[in-house]
Design a protein around this ligand. Structure first.
Ligand SMILES: Nc1ncnc2c1ncn2[C@@H]1O[C@H](COP(=O)(O)OP(=O)(O)O)[C@@H](O)[C@H]1O
Ligand SMILES: Cc1ncc(COP(=O)(O)OP(=O)(O)O)c(N)n1
Length: 267
């Protein structure tokens, strides 16, 4: 069985972060491992508090996994602070996993910062070059490049600018623009478009975490970058289509719809 590690923050409401990542891995039939970088007090309405895990504990968690288990792919989500970024970068240079997907998480939907402002430059410098794919959303791409993004042409320009910062493949997610959500991949040679119909729902908590984890799972399963993204985009679309109206805010996506349906658990 393939093993996929998520290095990310905990979301106790189960929609984003480590919890979304592990559900995504399970739904893909890969074995999920986790390293927790921060604990958030969070629900469907947003993030109320964040407590970072200190660098020594992050380091020990990573060592404990890699010293014992062969990891096929790594997904990196919320890294929160400079000490955590330095620790993760050092460990990944030592253990050199074959596939690394980096979701450069900066803020939650309610605007709460999940990456300290002073850590943004280090995230780009240390983690972008290690990643096979970097998956910013529109606000993250705007923060990284300083460009405004309102259309597909500007998405292409921003993806190319992020590529020049050292990322090997940039998947710029278009969920924040109007219309059918189009994600654009730039690999230094061409722009590839991944479009699906927009699902009208407020329950999109954790969609970015889920997409990057699905890409990591598909890479671990031996798929090439383009196919891994195509399958991950199909996965997130079904997960949003069957999202759950939990809580009073943005509810979570449904990771096991296809499995439950097959098992006859959903009529
Ligand atoms: N309402 C929606 N219907 C279908 N797909 C969506 C919708 N919202 C977002 N997506 C897709 O979910 C993924 C993550 O979305 P996005 O909102 O861009 O990033 P993030 O969750 O990191 O803010 C992307 O593949 C995006 O195209
Ligand atoms: C612990 C934690 N990590 C990441 C996020 C952001 O996740 P994302 O998939 O971008 O979803 P939203 O916050 O936009 O719903 C998070 N909220 N918590």
């Amino acid at each position: 069985m393939k093993k996929v590690l998520t290095i990310a923050g905990s979301d106790g409401s189960g929609g984003a972060g480590i919890q979304a990542d592990l559900k995504t891995f399970a739904a893909h039939g890969v074995f999920g491992l986790s390293v927790i970088t921060a604990v958030t007090a969070q629900n469907t309405l947003g993030v109320q508090a964040v407590q970072d895990i200190d660098r020594e504990m992050v380091s020990k968690q990573i060592e404990a996994v890699f010293d014992d288990i062969e990891v096929d792919a790594v997904k990196i989500g919320m890294v929160s602070q400079t000490a955590t970024i330095e620790t993760i970068a050092g460990a990944l240079k030592k253990y050199t996993p074959e596939h690394i997907v980096l979701d450069p998480v900066m803020a939650a939907k309610n605007g709460c910062h999940l990456l300290k402002k002073e850590a943004e430059t280090l995230l780009i410098k240390e983690l972008f070059p290690l990643a096979e794919i970097v998956t910013p959303n529109i606000p993250e791409a705007e923060a990284i490049t300083g460009l405004g993004i309102d259309n597909l042409q500007q998405m292409e320009e921003a993806a190319a600018a992020i590529f020049r910062l050292g990322a090997r493949n940039v998947l710029l997610k278009g969920g924040h623009l109007e219309g059918n959500p189009t994600d654009i991949l730039y690999n230094g040679r061409e722009f590839l478009y991944f479009t699906q119909a927009r699902i009208e729902t407020k329950n999109t908590h954790g969609t970015g975490c889920t997409l990057s984890s699905a890409i990591a799972a598909n890479l671990a399963l031996g798929r090439e970058v383009e196919e891994a993204i195509t399958l991950a985009k199909d996965y997130i679309t079904v997960a949003i289509e069957h999202s759950l109206p939990l809580g009073r805010g943005a509810g979570p996506t449904h990771h096991f719809y296809a499995l439950y349906k097959k098992a006859g658990l959903i009529p």
